[in-house]
Design a protein around this ligand. Structure first.
Ligand code: ADP
Ligand code: SR1
Ligand code: MG
Ligand code: MG
Ligand code: MG
Length: 418
């Protein structure tokens, strides 16, 4: 189903494509001449092409991302819908509206070519995952991510919308079904069975993988989390909110969320869980990097900052009648129970956060797509010890998410896991 006018771009073809099709991009780049443009491909994700396009005379740069009709890290044998690019574009616009400071600006979108041109986030902005491997401390990153989640969740949910508006949004975003199906396969299904896509540090983790396949309590819990992923249509979620989808600089407020091609209406806890999971993965990886114990402790502290900021910002929106215009927890009917409603809501969100966090951690150790935090540890003995710790924390989160009464208890669980 590739459109007839789709053409996969290269560093050679992209300048003339932009000159022919994207005058606004050329305006921003400040030239009409192909020879002024220089392209490099910098995509390091699993799915797409990403180019930096520069006017080498003025130094102005832009990002041009193109979706491929297949999964990049696998190849043509795994076709994937180009429509993801449309949903990424729509999600970037929606997220920018909800939380302008933490989302790059979009300049151009081509549906038939799956191309998005957007603001270039220049160094010292780098991918957060890489920063956490290098031991960089970001003073506001965790709070900024709490703000991003609170603002986008609240403003796209029944706290803001009428029931009709919410259902229309659910219907629209449900069309991103192929991306949801990919997640259902690689996060919620394959890691718990034998599948060709799976891989792990072998032979060190062979018994750990078998134990996952033989643990029926774990498999029942995983099936429950999958059902929740499919059915809980709370708000627009990013749905791939790991630390590779965040770019940061080590100065206050320089935090940006990128890559929302999986976006749909789903459980808020899938995003908070993904972010918490990837901070825990960064934490358990630290023995394989040379950043010291204080840095590992700092990572765990960021989980609490993230969660507490999210709750505080969400409550502030909830209490503001100009913001809280939707049908959920209506002020006029529930005023006398508003505190109890908040306690119940955040208790449910914490449970979802931890359950989904466990699912997102476990898939990164035994599923198809691993993380650089662990993969970059060359010594297989050291790596597998970090990975085993991740598996054991993940199992506790997946099976017992409801038993954690606070984020601090969950952090203590991660810290004390040997
Ligand atoms: P994928 O969907 O394939 O994972 P991403 O959107 O995550 O692609 O982009 C891949 C890489 O491209 C990122 O890890 C980052 O290094 C770079 N990148 C993406 N968007 C930007 C941006 N707006 N500014 C600077 N670099 C970017
Ligand atoms: C084939 S799985 C690829 C993974 O990369 C994306 O970023 C998502 O996390 C997806 O699960
Ligand atoms: Mg990415
Ligand atoms: Mg992506
Ligand atoms: Mg993940």
């Amino acid at each position: 189903k590739v459109p007839h006018d789709y053409s996969e771009q290269s560093t050679k073809t992209l300048p003339s494509f932009l000159i022919k099709n994207a005058p606004k991009v050329m305006d921003i780049l400040g030239t009409t001449c192909v020879d002024d443009l220089e392209c490099v491909e910098v995509g390091d994700g699993n799915l797409n092409l990403v180019f930096i396009v520069a006017n080498h005379k003025s130094g102005i740069k832009m990002i041009v991302k193109q979706s491929l009709p297949y999964v990049r890290c696998v190849g043509h044998s795994w076709p994937l819908t180009l429509e993801r690019s449309f949903f990424e574009y729509k999600a970037l616009v929606a997220e920018k509206e909800a939380c302008p400071n933490f989302v790059p600006s979009v300049y151009y979108f081509s549906k038939s070519n799956g191309i998005i041109a957007m603001e270039y986030l220049a160094p010292p902005c780098i991918i957060l995952r890489k920063g956490l491997i290098q031991g960089i401390r970001y003073p506001t990153m965790a709070a900024d991510m709490g703000t991003f989640c609170a603002q986008t969740f609240f403003k796209t949910s029944g706290f803001r919308l009428s029931p009709t508006q919410l259902r229309q949004q659910v219907q629209f975003w449900s069309r991103n079904v192929e991306m949801c199906a990919l997640t259902e396969q690689v996060v919620f299904t394959e890691p718990y069975m034998q599948a060709d896509n799976n891989h792990w540090t072998t032979p060190q983790l062979d018994e750990d993988k078998k134990a996952i396949e033989n643990d029926n309590v774990l498999k029942v819990a995983a099936a429950m989390w999958k059902a929740k992923f499919l059915s809980k249509t709370q708000s627009l979620i990013h749905a791939d909110l790991h630390t590779g989808s965040v770019m940061c600089a080590p100065e206050p407020g320089k935090t940006y969320v990128i890559d929302p091609e999986f976006a749909f209406y789903g459980p808020m806890g899938f995003d908070t869980g993904a972010f918490v999971a990837n901070l825990v993965l960064a934490y358990v990886s630290q023995p394989g990097h040379a950043n010291g114990d204080d840095y590992a402790t700092w990572i765990l502290e960021q989980i609490a900052v993230f969660w507490n900021t999210l709750v505080a910002q969400f409550v502030a929106l909830w209490k503001d009648p100009l913001e809280h215009t939707g049908f959920l927890y209506g002020a006029e009917t529930l005023e006398s129970a508003s505190y109890e409603c908040q306690v119940a809501f955040f208790s449910d969100l914490l449970t979802d956060t931890l359950g989904f966090a466990g699912m997102k951690m476990l898939r990164r150790v035994v599923g198809i797509a691993h993380v650089e935090d662990l993969e970059s540890i060359e010594d297989a003995e050291v790596r597998s010890q970090c990975e085993r710790r991740a598996i054991e924390i993940a199992k506790k989160f997946i099976k017992s998410a409801e038993s954690f009464r606070s984020i601090e208890e969950a952090i203590e669980c991660a810290r004390s896991q040997q």
